[in-house]
Design a protein. Structure first.
Length: 182
C-alpha cells in the first residue's frame, strides 16, 4: 500500500498546523484537534479524518505468489501485491476483484481473509491512516500478463524467493514475513 513520499516530522508538524476549509460552513477555520479529529472554530462542526481501507491479494498458484512491479509512484519499479484502496459503497471483496482485474488481468478465485496490517502515509501534506487487508486467493492457471498503467511486470515468486528490499511498502514487507511463517 502507498506510504508517504515523506516521513519528515517537520512536514507532519506543518501539515498539522495548517487550516482547512470546513465541509459544513465553508470557512477556512478547520483546525487539527488530534491526528484524526478536526474542529471548526466558526461553526463548531467536528470532522473525523477516518482510517482508509485498502486490500491486497495474495494470489497463489503452484507454490508461488503473484507479484507486480509498480508502474506509478509511490514505489514505482518496486514489488507489490495486486490491490488498492476500497472505493465508496464497495465491499472489500469487490475492491480486491476490481483491482486484481485492472493490474494483472484476471479474476482471483476462492477469496479467504488472511490478516490486516495498519499503515500510515503522508500524501500532499496530509497524514493518512490506513488499514491494509490481505486476502488469499488462487487462479486456475497462469494467464499471460499485459503491462498496463498500474503494473509493468508480473512475477510468480515463492515467498522465500522474494527479496524484501525490492518491496515497495512496509506493510507488504510485514505481510511477507507472515506468509513465510505460515
Ligand atoms: Zn464550520
Amino acid at each position: 500500500m502507498p506510504e508517504g513520499p515523506s516521513s519528515d516530522p517537520g512536514a507532519v508538524a506543518r501539515a498539522l498546523a495548517r487550516r482547512y476549509y470546513c465541509p459544513s460552513c465553508g470557512n477556512a477555520a478547520l483546525e487539527t484537534l488530534d491526528h484524526k479529529l478536526y474542529g471548526c472554530s466558526e461553526c463548531g462542526h467536528t470532522y473525523f479524518h477516518n482510517t482508509a481501507v485498502a486490500v491486497s491479494a495474495v494470489i497463489e498458484h503452484a507454490g508461488a505468489v503473484a507479484w507486480i512491479t509498480r508502474a506509478q509512484e509511490p514505489g514505482a519499479g518496486l514489488l507489490d501485491l495486486p490491490g488498492g484502496f476500497v472505493e465508496r459503497d464497495e465491499s472489500l471483496e469487490a475492491a480486491l476483484v476490481r483491482e486484481t482485474r485492472e493490474e494483472v488481468g484476471f479474476e482471483p478465485q476462492g477469496l479467504g481473509y488472511l490478516f490486516s496490517i495498519p499503515n500510515r502515509y503522508l500524501f500532499h501534506g496530509v497524514r493518512y491512516s490506513t488499514v491494509d487487508v490481505f486476502f488469499s486467493c488462487s487462479v486456475p492457471h497462469r494467464v499471460p500478463f499485459v503491462p498496463n498503467d498500474e503494473a509493468t511486470a508480473l512475477e510468480w515468486l515463492a515467498p522465500s524467493a522474494v527479496d524484501p528490499s525490492r518491496i515497495a511498502f512496509e506493510s507488504t514487507r510485514l505481510a511477507l514475513g507472515r506468509l513465510l511463517r505460515r
